[in-house]
Design a protein around this ligand. Structure first.
Ligand code: CMP
Length: 139
């Protein structure tokens, strides 16, 4: 888990998982401009979790506090009655509520048993803030 300035390094020790998470972050429209050091720290702060087929990972309208990377299985994204898409392994989801400080924009349901990597809002925002502060102190 991620405390303020005290991440437990390499919980996601397996190189294959680290590669998947890194690729997912770099492919995400909102995260691909992060610095390499931020990506590495996010990877170090992520923790693994699993959910069974049919579970609701994210409920539209809820307050969101976690960003996910899907490692195994697939999830479906729906808004109201409308199906938006299916997400496959190697993709980030749940980033919008954290980045925009809004409620969850859609519901995400596990279509199969799934394995996820997760990072909480506090850890995520601390990484953003810390890098911002370091940058600021360089000027
Ligand atoms: P968030 O709003 O935090 O929680 C629901 C997530 O579903 C959202 O972040 C995105 O990651 C994802 N999502 C929402 N709308 C779409 C869409 N149109 N296509 C793909 N993913 C989406």
């Amino acid at each position: 888990k991620c405390n303020m300035f005290d991440c437990v390094p390499s919980l996601c020790a397996h190189p294959r998982s680290r590669e998947l998470i890194q690729k997912a972050l770099l492919e995400n429209d909102f995260m691909k401009h992060l610095e390499a050091s931020q990506i590495l720290t996010i990877m170090d702060c992520m923790y693994p979790t699993t959910l069974a087929q049919g579970c609701c990972v994210i409920q539209e309208g809820d307050d969101g506090s976690t960003v996910y990377v899907l490692e195994e299985g697939s999830v479906e994204v729906t808004k109201g009655e409308q199906k938006l898409c299916t997400i496959e392994p190697g993709k980030v989801f749940g980033e919008l509520a954290i980045l925009y400080n809004c409620t969850r924009t859609a519901t995400v349901t596990a279509l199969t048993d799934i394995k996820l990597w997760a990072i909480d809002r506090q850890g995520f925002q601390t990484i953003m803030m810390r890098t911002g502060l370091l940058k600021h102190s360089n000027y």
